[in-house]
Design a protein around this ligand. Sequence first.
Ligand SMILES: *[C@@H]1O[C@H](CO)[C@@H](O)[C@H](O)[C@H]1NC(C)=O
Ligand SMILES: *[C@@H]1O[C@H](CO)[C@@H](O)[C@H](O)[C@H]1NC(C)=O
Ligand SMILES: *[C@@H]1O[C@H](CO)[C@@H](O)[C@H](O)[C@H]1NC(C)=O
Ligand SMILES: *[C@@H]1O[C@H](CO)[C@@H](O)[C@H](O)[C@H]1NC(C)=O
Length: 341
Amino acid sequence: MTMASTLIVAIVSVVLFLPSISEGVLPRKSKDIIDAPLLTSKIATNRSIIVGPSEEFKTVQAAIDAVPDGNFDWIIIHLRAGIYREKVVIPKNKEYIFLRGNGRGRTAIVWDDSSTNNTLSTTFTVWANNFVAFGISFKNDASVGVADTFYNQSVAVMVVGDEVAFYHCAFYSPHNTLFDYKGRHYYESCYIQGNIDFIFGRGQSIFQSCEIFVLHDKRKKILGSITAQNRQSLDDTSGFVFLNGKVYGVGDVFLGRAKGEYSRVIFAKTYLSRTITPAGWTNWSYDGLTDNLLYGEYECHGPGSEPGSRVPWSKQLSEEEASPFITIDFINGKEWLPAYY
Ligand SMILES: *[C@@H]1O[C@H](CO)[C@@H](O)[C@H](O)[C@H]1NC(C)=O
Ligand SMILES: *[C@@H]1O[C@H](CO)[C@@H](O)[C@H](O)[C@H]1NC(C)=O
Ligand SMILES: *[C@@H]1O[C@H](CO)[C@@H](O)[C@H](O)[C@H]1NC(C)=O
Ligand SMILES: *[C@@H]1O[C@H](CO)[C@@H](O)[C@H](O)[C@H]1NC(C)=O
């Protein structure tokens, strides 16, 4: 880059980071596509760090480490296009980070650990509350070639913090891709890929307009599950809600498998391709009661949505039964999301 173009980039960057004049006036419920400029104007901060091969900060972790402990004001960490090959941790005491990529096809964070322990395998972990990501691919590309070996957990992202949102991000791993451990989370226009239990944990999460892509597992003839939600008790507020998205891919999978005795997973207004096996849901390796599970579908469409052969303990929900789950209020989103649909 020449001196002049560097200067232009710097000026453009400063302009982008200035708070929007209409801050606080624009509604957060969006009629427009929620993109990087829109999120940037809602988050409205002039504090930012740029990461890239020719920047002062060359790794994502170095930029995160530079955020002061106990941070309470939004800071943008902008990742220039490129593949960042590193394991990244957002520690609990570094809140209010907006990690902004250049688009999920252009900015990626990749690592390749596999382990018996999901936590140890994770490429990207968010322990902090109040975190937002935009336009980044998160990958665990560990080779997990051998079935029935211990080293087969390979999490791409683990989310432990509360009030965490991912917009236009992608999550890749063959197995245990997204560990939605706990807290209230919003995933919007994300792409999530995997084969076995690839969205799991006891998060309280809405997946709005996400694409779920099922991979063929060459290792073994096995019917994997997209979700393994782990709600433990009646007063546990967790659950996974998929809204307006689509599920497709290769091979046969279940929408979910019973895990916690009170597990909740709902697919609403979602396209389900033939990838979904007719029974829909499974209690494989679960020996508890099915009475308290809430595995439901509401106004889904596509060849995989036929209710005829579903397991008897799953439900086709009525509008009234679906209503507590299918708005942003399920995660109290109006209180904390910078933007939502
Ligand atoms: C950043 O914004 C804050 C609050 O709007 C303001 O007080 C501060 O002077 C600004 N800093 C710079 C470097 O512009
Ligand atoms: C997995 O690793 C984490 C981090 O070292 C540790 O805290 C946790 O106890 C481990 N879990 C199991 C089941 O061994
Ligand atoms: C993963 O490892 C565990 C523990 O060895 C084993 O029970 C399980 O079958 C393995 N899964 C796959 C898909 O290889
Ligand atoms: C598990 O699901 C199968 C198929 O729907 C059913 O026959 C069986 O009773 C279920 N097991 C329990 C413990 O509910």
